[in-house]
Design a protein around this ligand. Structure first.
Ligand code: MN
Length: 275
């Protein structure tokens, strides 16, 4: 590994020179994530992580929680194409996953454990950091032993304890809107009407906070929450927006094929996630 730098190092005394002795290149680009709020037969949040050029996907009925004591059931579903990350629109009734979809959050993510995401999915444990507009800090997806007869696709999404953990703010409540259209799923449905035609946003699902437009960030929402509680609670620093971690290029425009497919509705008999 260090062979390429052998000569460089042999020529220097790093106790005497401030020059670096090594260092790893930064990845040019972190993989993306998207969370889509989907009013299918049952409302859920589609949690998708870019792995090996596709979007590994989980359907989370209740969405993410910043409370580290709360574990949210996440049903692993089929891989989705990369371009699905920019899909906000209507899956026509009668089609698989029929219902309205908004882009609830997006950004980049970074695996912290294990080293390889494919290995992590295989072994049923992914720990990672998220750089979104609503999703920040350390999270984990952990596969659980499902109820007897389950398909082995039951995972839990949980928040690790860090500076972003917050048991008092329900992020799905305080920040319900699309980061693309700034509409709630209900407003989106009303804007689309009951027409059966498919409507699709032609705005790219940018992962750059600066192009998130007027969509409020969790940081600003938390700021507002804290301002309200300031008489009771001592304010602390607001979370960084991580604009430095945003990728240079926005996700490409959705392709036609990206409209197909969506995870199935969670069965009505689903178990409650253990706490
Ligand atoms: Mn879905």
């Amino acid at each position: 590994m260090s062979d390429l730098l052998e000569k460089y190092r042999s020529m220097r005394d790093f106790g005497a020179t401030p020059e670096p002795s090594g260092g790893k290149p930064k990845k040019s680009r972190l993989p993306i994530f998207v969370i889509q709020k989907h009013a299918a037969t049952r409302l859920h949040y589609d949690f998708r992580l870019e792995v090996e050029g596709v979007l590994k996907s989980w359907a989370i009925p209740k969405g993410p929680s910043y409370d580290p004591t709360v574990k949210r059931l996440a049903m692993m579903t089929e891989d989705h194409p990369y371009d699905y990350a920019s899909f906000e629109g209507v899956i026509p009734a009668g089609n698989y996953g029929g219902g309205n979809v908004i882009i609830w959050d997006n950004g980049t993510w970074e695996l912290t454990e294990p080293d390889d995401p494919v290995e992590g999915i295989k072994s049923g444990k992914l720990a990672f950091r998220m750089y979104g507009k609503k999703m920040f800090g350390e999270w984990a997806l952990v596969r659980i032993k499902g109820r007897p007869g389950s398909k082995g696709n039951e995972w839990l999404l949980l928040k690790h304890r860090d500076e972003f953990a917050n048991p008092d703010v329900d992020v799905t409540e305080v920040a319900p809107r699309s980061i693309i259209s700034d509409m709630t799923l209900e407003e989106f449905g009303a804007a689309i009407g009951t027409s059966k035609r498919t409507w699709q946003s032609n705005r790219p699902a940018s992962t750059s906070p600066s192009s998130a437009g007027h969509a409020p960030t969790l940081a600003s929402r938390l700021e507002a929450e804290k301002a309200k509680k300031s008489t009771r609670k001592r304010p602390s620093a607001s979370p960084p927006t991580r604009s430095d971690r945003a990728p240079k290029k926005a996700a490409s425009a959705p392709s036609r094929s990206s409209r197909a497919g969506s995870p199935p509705a969670v069965p009505p008999t689903r178990r409650r996630p253990p706490r």
